[in-house]
Design a protein around this ligand. Sequence first.
Ligand code: ADE
Ligand code: ZN
Length: 326
Amino acid sequence: MSNSELIKKIPKAELHLHIEGTLEPKMVFQLAERNNIKLPYANAQELAAKYNFSDLQSFLDLYYQATDVLQTEQDFFDLTWAYLEHCAEDNVVHCEIFFDPQSHTSRGVPFADVIQGIHKALVAGEEKLGITSQLILCFLRHLPEEDALKTWDEAQPWLSLISGVGLDSSERDFPPNLFANVFAKAKEAGLKLVAHAGEEGPAQYIEQALDILKIDRIDHGVRITESDELMDRVAKDNIALTVCPLSNVRLCVYSQMQEHPLLELLDRGLRVMINSDDPAYFGGYMNQNFHAVDEALNPSKEQIILLAKNSILASFLTDQEKQTWL
Ligand code: ADE
Ligand code: ZN
């Protein structure tokens, strides 16, 4: 079997996926029309032509602007369903999806409409496509913790639909320790904890996320390569890193895929796997990320199998559920 065939066939989980990052230019235009919104671009191609990023912030500026077209429960349902169809195509059997309620409630969209639209699509995804899923509420770190605490309060009626909380948005100058209180509350409520750390920020942010926020899994975490000591600790403690190869190249963390440390981290015994982050913006969904890694880094079949296996092992599925896919 070729690597391409193996990538296609092997079951995998996606653990780092922002649902707002699956908003394709075509859907931006469809939803803008449905919601009577005038866009500053003539068409989807003109919008897609702007997807030329120099760093995380240059992406986030456009990404937050595009989310304005998401207004109703139906919009969130349609967005999530379209992503699940990509999962089915790529043999993603389980996904753990981030959503950013503050991006929507700040525009007057009710929290209930956001979460119900996403949740109903996830239920349909399990029924119709056999894809299991969990939801992770992310706090925006460029906003004060006070805002995150308000969002935590708003989330209380919906906690049964949420498995965990995360931390995303602009990393530089917004270290994890700013969010210690809201993460402590989520931990107390029994939720899983994740945080973006070491994407653009230094390895110390990974340490802070582990030591202060007490996270269960690190999102991105690639700048861990700056600390041998931290790599040893994370490998020993089996803390997973949800790595996003196409994202890292498109946001200029690495100037080309050949420089990506994914396989070095894997060979060093860290629990890394492949994810798509914001596939509508970064050039592809799960299998396109695998193919880009295959082309640039030339992994062995064993490495591809281990990357897929790590995605299942690092998921928040129960041990029994994981066994179905191992
Ligand atoms: N929000 C969406 N994608 C993100 C990323 N790659 N880093 C931080 N915040 C994000
Ligand atoms: Zn991300």
